[in-house]
Design a protein around this ligand. Structure first.
Ligand SMILES: CC(=O)SCCNC(=O)CCNC(=O)[C@H](O)C(C)(C)COP(=O)(O)OP(=O)(O)OC[C@H]1O[C@@H](n2cnc3c(N)ncnc32)[C@H](O)[C@@H]1OP(=O)(O)O
Ligand SMILES: O=C([O-])CC(=O)C(=O)O
Length: 374
């Protein structure tokens, strides 16, 4: 991967616009508005990072307290949204639930002008954990939960709604780090979707709904779930190595590895990997974490491919008892900050995004009416 070519298909290597939000380093390295993501994940809360991305600077203590209180006060779901969530079957894809939830909110609380973009974003940030857990608990456990908890952080609020009890401090810390790591990543596929939508001067709920659709796929956010499905099949590192080598021989994609931009490592990996190890120790795991490490080793030895942000998120979330199908929705709860910050940026200096295509179809030819065709 060290000679990774940033060119060719998929618009790779082409600049598609400007941003002041994030650098995805050449090689490795990631900053949000100039701050190294490693420092943010180590020392900040997710709410601080949301504030940084959406408003431009880190908050003061007073600003953070006010922002946290504001978000806490916006967690109730409208009755009409709950009614829609109750219609969605238990076997629905949870990313489809997120997409429908964001879209329905746009019907009920439509952004009437761009002056409302910050309010609409804060509301989305506050309700997305409630949307997924309300549907999940109703469709799986038959209970109608109250989505207005008093947890200070969005991560603790989500775990509380999911499990009916406040999380311990380790789990709350992991959620802060995880949500920070997932918050923003320049012109990735889902963010670019949001920006394309914003460039038509559409509303913010449409931008976020479209972005959720792009994040759903296994080549993007869905990779954390796909990685979990892979590693949980294996009962030992040796079995993992054997099966993985078979996958590579069959030229199968290994989810949670590789990256469109990074060449040698994803800087988010070392952080979530360390949290995954702590959680493995907490639950006394002797299989999943060693299997994950062996997969990492084999992927490097065989293909020079490294784990991206998604790979160790799989085991970390699993150790916290989060059902696999809710992994990618957590990514949404976080990335909504990056998406909306990009929508603000696009709107502030907009030109409709409309690239050209190289035509590869047939030469011009005469039309034959249907009654003259066989
Ligand atoms: C938070 C995130 O969204 S991170 C990304 C999450 N996605 C995944 O983990 C899915 C698995 N990974 C992939 O599919 C790819 O690495 C992507 C989509 C992330 C990047 O795609 P690209 O930029 O096209 O990959 P890249 O140009 O580096 O591919 C080089 C070669 O490595 C192969 N390769 C890349 N990733 C993988 C992988 N995970 N497993 C097996 N082979 C891979 C490619 O098939 C390609 O081989 P080829 O030259 O024979 O066609
Ligand atoms: O940047 C990308 O292509 C994918 C990614 O890692 C992200 O969106 O976090």
């Amino acid at each position: 991967m060290s000679d990774k070519k940033l060119g060719g298909a998929g618009l790779r290597g082409q600049s598609a616009g400007q941003t002041a939000l994030c650098t995805v380093g050449k090689g490795s390295g990631l900053t949000y508005r100039g701050y190294d993501v490693r420092e943010l994940a180590e020392g900040a809360t997710f709410e601080e990072v949301a504030y940084l991305l959406l408003k431009g600077d880190l908050p003061t203590k007073a600003e953070l307290a006010a922002y946290t209180e504001k978000l806490k006060g916006m967690r109730d779901l409208p009755d009409a949204l709950k009614a829609v969530l109750e219609q969605i079957p238990a076997d629905a894809h949870p990313m489809d639930v997120m997409r429908t939830g964001a879209s329905m909110l746009g019907n009920l609380e439509t952004e009437q002008s761009f002056d409302e973009q910050q309010e609409a974003t804060d509301r989305l940030l506050a309700v997305l954990p409630g949307i997924i857990t309300y549907w999940y608990r109703y469709s799986h456990d038959g209970v109608r939960i109250d989505t207005a908890t008093d947890d200070d952080s969005i991560g603790a609020h989500f775990l509380h709604l999911l499990r009916d009890e406040k999380p311990n401090s380790l789990h709350e810390k992991v959620m802060h780090a995880s949500l920070i790591l997932y918050a923003e990543h320049e012109f990735n596929a889902s963010t670019f979707t949001a920006r394309v939508c914003a460039s038509t001067l559409s509303d913010i709920h449409s931008c976020v709904t479209g972005a959720i659709g792009s994040l759903r796929g296994p080549l993007h956010g869905g990779a954390n779930e796909a990685a979990m499905a892979m590693i949980e099949q294996w009962n030992s590192p040796d079995e993992a190595e054997r099966e993985l080598k078979g996958m590579l021989e069959r030229k199968e994609k290994v989810m949670g590895f590789g990256h469109a931009i990074y060449r040698v490592s994803d800087p988010r990996n070392e952080i979530i990997k360390a949290w995954s190890k702590k959680l493995a120790d907490e639950v006394g795991d002797t299989v999943l974490y060693p299997v994950s490490e062996r997969v990492e080793q084999v992927m490097w030895d065989e293909k020079k491919l490294f784990p991206n942000a998604d790979f160790y998120h799989a085991s970390a979330y699993h150790f916290m008892g989060i059902p696999t199908k809710l992994f990618t929705p957590i990514f949404v709860m976080s990335r909504v900050t990056g998406w909306c910050a990009h929508v603000f940026e696009q709107r502030a200096n907009n030109r409709i995004i409309r690239p050209s295509a190289d035509y590869t179809g047939p030469e011009e030819r005469p039309f034959t009416p249907i009654d003259q065709r066989g």
